[in-house]
Design a protein around this ligand. Structure first.
Ligand code: FAD
Length: 303
């Protein structure tokens, strides 16, 4: 263990673990040992961690809930800042015409959906079945049933090169599975404000049931990271993969789902190498059959 990393506990007093098996926190259940993982609960703790690793030139990576990342199997020598456990506070305020909810970026979309339901606020019913955090959702403008996080977001607060900066919705440049934050290195999405309007509990329950039923019937019930590729103008990636005859292809314990061609499931003990092999196979077959390049939706780390 690098002494510099161990000494982080001199400046950071929050929850921390060393030699941690990251796979248990990843939705794919894939990943190796990480030297150090911290679970900050406040903006101040995030700043302390980031300043420390930058000062000592220690590699680090931010994880929200780990539902959109292929984390490599080798040991990661550095710090993981995991926000989806303790950095989850929120505040609701009535404003003209509706309600403003300020959420820390580690809050899950499921929790936001439940809060909104309790308060009878509409705008995130479909989003609430995406198994990620607010921060991860903002990065790629997560969306379900045409309801995108960017639609309800009015402000995003980020730590950008150790300065706190507030972005208005317009500055975020939300697009299909993308935002301005995707191409910025060294940023941490700290919190966001969403604007929701009152509706009836019945209407919310109906939409949430629709979202849940859709997922149960269309998505495999095995560890995955959701859609692996972004859709293409030629068609949904899942359909292209199906048309290329790839559904059901298995390498090691990783399998292209029979139910949804854009999902790669971990059937038991899949490794990052198994998944990468399938990803490369899909890319090549799609190129051969349709002469197009499809783009990854998931993020790759430590490969
Ligand atoms: C079964 C299943 C279904 C899914 N369905 C959908 C769907 O319908 N629609 C959809 O859009 N997505 C879907 N996803 C993908 C995923 O859940 C979303 O992209 C989600 O928003 C990712 O959030 P996360 O917290 O898990 O991000 P993570 O996986 O933790 O991180 C993803 C990326 O964001 C970065 N990041 C995370 N938090 C922060 C932060 N606070 N500041 C800076 N960078 C950060 C990470 O470094 C990483 O690069 C699905 C995934 C699964 C497993």
């Amino acid at each position: 263990m690098d002494n510099k990393l161990f000494n982080i506990t001199k400046v950071y007093k929050g929850e921390i673990a060393f030699n941690y098996d990251i796979k248990k926190l990843m939705s794919w259940k894939i990943g190796g040992l990480v030297e150090c993982i911290a679970f900050p609960k406040s903006e101040q703790e995030i700043i302390e961690l980031k300043e420390y690793v930058e000062k000592h030139e220690i590699p680090y990576y931010i994880i929200g809930k780990g539902s959109n990342i292929l984390f490599g199997n080798q040991i990661f020598q550095g710090l993981i800042i995991y926000l989806g456990k303790n950095y989850t506070s929120y505040n609701i305020e009535e404003v003209t015409g509706g309600f403003k909810i300020t959420c820390s970026s580690g809050l899950t979309l499921a929790k936001l959906g439940n809060i909104a339901k309790e308060e009878m606020l509409s705008g995130c019913e479909y989003l609430s079945y995406i198994p990620g955090s607010i921060g991860g959702a903002i990065l790629t403008n997560a969306e379900a049933h045409k309801q995108a996080i960017g639609n309800i977001t009015t402000k995003v607060k980020v730590l950008d090169n150790n300065r706190i900066v507030e972005y208005t919705k317009e500055m975020c440049d939300f697009k299909y599975r993308s935002s301005i934050f995707e191409n910025k290195s060294n940023i941490v999405i700290l919190s966001i404000e969403v604007y929701l309007i009152k509706t009836s509990k019945e209407e919310i329950s109906l939409k949430m049931k629709e979202a849940k039923d859709y997922r149960l019937s269309k998505q495999p019930n095995k560890p995955s990271a959701g859609s692996v590729f972004k859709n293409h103008s030629l068609g949904p990636a899942g359909k292209l993969i199906e048309d290329a005859g790839l559904k059901g292809l298995k390498v090691g314990d990783a399998k292209i789902s029979e139910l949804h061609g854009n999902f790669i499931t971990n059937e038991n003990m899949a490794t990052s190498e198994d998944v990468i092999y399938l990803i490369e196979t899909i890319r090549q077959k799609i190129k051969d059959k349709f002469d197009i390049d499809i783009e990854l939706e998931i993020k790759l780390f430590n490969l």
